[in-house]
Write a protein that binds this ligand. Structure first.
Ligand code: PLP
Ligand code: SF4
Length: 370
């Protein structure tokens, strides 16, 4: 695929002022919450319509007009549509659980998850611009209680300040970029004031779901608290629009290194050709594919899950066929941390040799006396 085929032009609907369309506040105010509103963007199938009616209360149904504008009007298998439009299949998932990573047990203080000695995930809010149907944090995102109590944020900050081993704080949620610039500036400033916090990372899907959030003002805030890294979450090359590419470019110009974390999703990106196109498109934007997660055993998501062996094959197929840094690390998140799910290219010792399999399948024996 050529560059032009991948980056999707911005498409502002008739009758909407382009200044409004490109504003974070307008997009948030005009989010889609009903089948009727969504049907202005796509031709809903009867099954999608009833799933919206039956399931949107179980797990919040909200889509930004921007993200809806990238969907295919006629194709129910559209990879963007499947990520955010409820499906009847969400009811069929006997193995699913509410908290598969046992995050609640790994919280030394509310909203902080610690599975490693030196770094934590800090869930700073429960709001996102839109809600993904496969979301790991289903248990906490989209709660009616809007925002997090100031007191809870303070308690978490106190815990981090009193825990000198923590050198890396990952801000997640929800989505930390839903915060206003002022609130984010305050939070980053508080973390920066803790001497042992060396790096701050943001996990945000807004560059994908509402890229107009990434303004010059936001970039100035981030820049003033460096080193700040950001991992975003593209799952499919069709999510890479001109607006999303521009958002990534602004962040990079502010010196924020960008990574991407995707989720392996059946029927969306469980195909080496799609993963290769995604990785290569991201690298052209100077976004480094970081992790691709095995979908968790989360309630209502069985239809998204891919068998782990298949996932290993997909990433094995990319090795040697594209730039090494266009290939993310395929990982399984567990209550004990992330585990790499690599194809075993390193076969092991045979006599004085160490036997390896090359990307092409060829076997190499490296002389390796013990
Ligand atoms: C993913 C994660 C991290 C960060 O892990 P890295 O491998 O350093 O990216 C830290 N804490 C928790 C709880 C996590 O889930
Ligand atoms: S943006 Fe991230 S946290 Fe929010 S619903 Fe989607 S996957 Fe979950």
């Amino acid at each position: 695929m050529s560059r032009a085929e991948i980056i999707r032009p911005e498409c502002i609907p008739n009758g909407v002022d382009p200044v409004d369309w490109r504003s974070f506040a307008w997009q948030m105010r005009n989010r889609i919450r009903t089948a009727e509103a969504l049907s202005q963007w796509i031709d809903l199938t009867p099954s999608e319509e009833s799933a919206i009616r039956d399931l949107s209360r179980r797990f919040r149904f909200v889509i930004t007009p921007y993200f809806a504008s990238l969907m295919d009007r006629r194709d129910p298998a559209c990879p963007l549509r499947r990520q955010v439009v409820p499906a009847a299949l969400e009811l069929e998932d006997p193995a699913g659980r509410a908290d598969p990573l046992d995050e609640v047990a790994h919280s030394p203080v509310r909203n902080v998850i610690r599975v490693y000695r030196d770094r934590v995930a800090f869930c700073v809010n429960s709001e996102c611009a839109l809600y993904c149907r496969f979301c790991l944090r289903k248990r906490m995102v989209g709660e009616p209680r809007s925002g997090m109590l100031e007191r809870e944020l303070e308690q978490a900050l106190d815990w981090i300040a009193q825990t000198p081993q923590i050198r890396d704080v990952l801000l997640t949620g929800g989505d930390p970029l839903v915060f206003s610039d002022r609130r984010l500036d305050w939070l980053l400033g508080r973390l920066r004031a803790i001497p042992h916090v060396e790096i701050i990372r943001l996990g945000s899907r807004l560059p994908v779901t509402l890229p107009y959030r990434v303004t010059d003002d936001l970039c100035s805030v981030l820049e003033s608290h460096h080193p700040v890294w950001l991992n975003t979450h593209f799952n499919h090359p069709a999510e890479i629009s001109e607006a999303a590419a521009a958002a990534c470019d602004r962040l990079l110009r502010a010196g924020v290194p960008l990574g991407n974390q995707s989720v392996l999703l059946r029927g969306i990106n469980d195909d080496p050709a799609v993963m290769k196109a995604l990785g290569e498109a991201l690298v052209r934007l100077r976004v480094r594919p970081y992790y691709c997660y095995q979908a968790q055993l989360l309630e209502g998501t069985a239809h998204f899950r891919v068998p782990i062996e298949r996932g290993i094959d997909i990433f094995r197929e990319l090795r040697g066929r594209t730039s090494g840094f266009a290939i993310p690390q395929y990982v399984l998140d567990t209550p004990h941390g992330k585990v790499p799910l690599d194809y075993p290219f390193a076969r092991g010792r045979e006599g004085d040799d160490f036997v390896v399999e090359a990307w092409s399948g060829e076997i190499w024996r490296e002389h390796n006396p013990s």
